[in-house]
Design a protein around this ligand. Structure first.
Ligand SMILES: O=P(O)(O)OC[C@H]1O[C@](O)(CO)[C@@H](O)[C@@H]1O
Length: 534
């Protein structure tokens, strides 16, 4: 029987130069596991190598997958791609320098000290996570993220920037250039500037694929500047493209350090000796922990406030990449790993109870940061600092879980610096690619998200039709059923429940224009356009 200490030493990966350690000894590898998997692992390394060399790794969309080139442009399969990456980085650094120096400034000459980032999913989560992880008081610019079409969420940001509009730059980020939530955010921000007598285009920069709808808008309106995202960069792996680099450089974060960390990690994770490859070890741990079938939950517990958004960032990277109905041969597999997380020790006081006593349908990834803070800590009790307690809670929770037979992986970084954040990003990007190879799914498309987008568009159409019917109504109002029947006159079928919910929302928000009168039950209420709006 191998002791935990022996197992720990056997599987422990560390790299002192990069300050990273990966411990998969508590993930339940059978003793002969690495040998048993060797042929598949070598095949996996070959596939990843082909992908890095420019193979079409996203067969559905016939695309190369090139996020690895962003931190090492020399690896790009075509010199033009490498040159475009380098040129974009150079332009980002100059742009940030000019903003900080006040050479690029607001319409009325105020230096930009705030940046609104409008974008969603991969066009927000990466920069937001890194901004939070590495930002400090005194940064040259503060970042504000509009990553939803929630009016109240936007109002909170507008209220904060109310008197600072001219000192605020806006970056609209959308790889496709056609994402509805981002379009809405952009129009709300435009209104924010215009209502303060400012010209949106003199405060706006775009990051999008050349030729996209967003690109066409910025050309027509002559925005301040534009930076590209290329088709071979997936949204969820775009943080090291202009998507992340421009906002972070404006915030004053050392983006070259970030790229350097990612480059070094990419180089380490090309090693085909699995015990010397932290991404392969992690992918293999996921594989054993999910039985290769997915379906498990991955609970990410970073014991560090600055990493609070890391689980959210990983949620998209992992779930959008791995959550697939079919494998690459078209078999129905319903793969996926559900990612959730919270920072330690806060989790201790929320859901650890269930992890210890509830169903064993998860594994935990502990993330430990060795350096507690800049400078010394005071002793609080029994020779302990608050940082000693932070570590004690991590180790204590991990032990308690192990004693209950709950599995875990532990990832340790020396400190939180641009380099180590770059390492974390590259490590997980690579692990996802490797795991996807092991379970044989396309990690680079997201066919299902289109269904939800289509569903939302249908609801907007139904609302427009309902409004048309209400405006044409000359009687004292119409019930849900009557509105539905009017719409159905063209042969379509109306979902009454959806119609009811849409009407309630209209009434709650346009109450002076759309009103209802109750007569009998809730569902017999008569809806009408207020008489002064007819
Ligand atoms: O950058 P875009 O094209 O606006 O897309 C935003 C996000 O939407 C998705 O396409 C999902 O709908 C993500 O993959 C992407 O990160």
């Amino acid at each position: 029987m191998t002791s935990q200490w022996q197992k720990f030493r056997e599987y422990f990966y560390f790299d002192n130069e990069l300050g990273i350690q990966v411990d998969v000894s508590r993930s339940g590898f059978p003793d002969t596991y690495l040998d048993d998997m060797e042929i598949r692992l070598q095949d996996m390394y070959c596939q990843i190598q082909a992908l890095e060399q420019g193979a079409v790794a996203n067969p559905d969309e016939q695309r190369m997958v090139g996020h690895y080139w962003l931190s090492d442009p020399e690896l790009a399969p075509q010199p033009e791609i490498g040159a475009a990456i380098k040129d974009t980085l150079r332009r980002i650094l100059y742009f940030a320098q000019d903003v900080h120096a006040g050479t690029i400034c607001g319409q009325k000459g105020r230096p930009f000290r705030n940046v609104i980032i409008v974008g969603i999913g991969g066009s927000s989560l990466g920069p937001r996570f890194v901004s939070e992880a590495l930002g400090n008081k005194g940064d040259p610019c503060s970042l504000y993220f509009i990553d939803n079409t929630d009016p109240d969420g936007m109002d909170r940001i507008f209220a904060e920037l109310d008197a600072k509009a001219d000192a605020t730059l806006t970056i609209v980020i959308s790889k496709s250039g056609g994402t509805v939530e981002t379009r809405n955010g952009m129009e709300e921000v435009r209104h924010f500037y215009v209502s303060r007598g400012l010209d949106f285009s003199r405060h706006a920069v775009s990051i999008t694929q050349p030729g996209s709808r967003l690109d066409q808008i910025r050309i027509k309106e002559d925005w301040l500047d534009a930076f590209p995202v290329w088709e071979w960069v997936g949204g969820r792996t775009s943080v090291l493209s202009a998507v992340g680099l421009l906002p972070l450089a404006l915030q004053g974060i050392d983006i070259c350090g970030l790229l350097d960390g990612a480059k070094k990690c990419n180089s380490l994770t090309r090693n085909t000796d699995t015990k010397s490859n932290p991404a392969a070890l992690t992918a293999l741990a996921w594989y054993v922990l999910t039985g290769g079938k997915g379906g498990q939950q991955m609970v990410i517990l970073p014991y560090k406030d600055r990493l609070e958004l890391f689980p959210k960032y990983l949620q998209q990277l992992i779930m959008e990449s791995l959550g697939k109905e079919k494998d690459l041969d078209g078999n129905i597999v319903h793969q996926g790993i559900t990612v959730l997380g919270n920072k330690g020790t806060s989790d201790q006081h929320s859901y650890i109870q269930q992890l210890l006593d509830g169903p064993s349908n998860f594994f935990v990834t502990f993330i430990e940061v060795l350096k507690d803070r800049d400078g010394d800590s005071i002793l609080i009790a029994e020779e302990s600092t608050s940082g000693d307690y932070l570590q004690a809670f991590l180790l204590g929770t991990r032990n308690a879980l192990s004693n209950k037979g709950r599995k875990s992986i532990t990832l340790t970084v020396r400190d939180l610096s641009p380099v180590t954040i770059g390492v974390l990003i590259a490590l997980y990007e690579r692990t996802v690619s490797m795991y996807a190879q092991l379970v044989h799914v396309n990690a680079y498309h997201q066919p299902a998200v289109e269904m939800a987008k289509k569903g939302a568009q249908e609801m907007i159409q139904l609302k427009n039709l309902a409004l048309r019917v209400l405006r044409a109504c000359k009687t004292g109002g119409l019930t849900v059923e009557e509105i539905a029947l009017e719409i159905e006159a063209d042969g379509s079928v109306v979902d009454r429940e959806m119609l009811y919910k849409i009407l309630k929302h209209l009434e709650a928000n346009r109450g002076n224009r759309i009103i209802s009168q109750k007569s009998g039950s809730e569902f017999e209420a008569l809806y009408q356009v207020a008489s002064d709006q007819q």
